[in-house]
Ligand binder design. Sequence first.
Ligand code: KIV
Length: 271
Amino acid sequence: MSVHQKIKRVTTHVLHEMKLRNEKIAMLTAYDYSIARIIDQAEIDVILVGDSASNVMAGNESTLPITMDEMIYHAKSVVRGVQRALVVVDLPFGSYQGNSKEALTNAVRMMKETGGHAVKLEGGQEIIESVQRILSAGIPVMGHLGLTPQSIHKFGTYVVRAREDEEANKLIEDAHKLQEAGCFAIVLEKIPAKLAERVAKELRIPIIGIGAGIGVDGQVLVIHDMLGITQEFSPRFLRRYHNLSEEIKGSVKSYISDVKTKDFPNEKEQY
Ligand code: KIV
């Protein structure tokens, strides 16, 4: 593309059109400038600055410890690397539950300080007031239902959610409520494929799945997982496109060897 050609941005409106055309939406996480730039150039539709940064960037066991300041740092870095994709930023645990005024304050701060295009919140009916308030300020909201990692201590495990009718019915109701409130899309995480397909068929807004089967409008993965940087995490839904941890180790071993054997730097690599 020449420097004079303007890149067409992916907006929430574009995502709706994709759903209408039955064109699948591809979404990945990113937490820093360099990776965001690469995946944007590869034409990913949506970049999620996920609070999974707490796990894969900071090494925490859950997403709970990450703070507003840390999410803002990651989101700002990502936004600097992106020209085309829609950038969605997770509101961290504790920043929107319970008090919708605080939720709005935090969502406004996230948008102002990062330049992100939308925020993502986990939950249904319990957080609907926060969702409505944030939307009333003109901030696009993506919902997140099913396995919601910020509630991991309530669930107790990372097993598939909504296998039983009661939880499945609540999820369907919650999805409708989020749509009626004005959310532009919903992530469904680790739920039965048939249930996810039903939600995607019933709702007008795009449904993005992670461990939710093929019947939804798009897919999201954590980039560290799909590139094989994370090693122990291997749920059934994860497709690994690379074994980057082994490649990195191999390159580092070669570098160490080159330094120790005085092979690096050679004459051409010095001034
Ligand atoms: O934080 C995250 O990476 C997410 C995805 C798993 C959807 O919320």
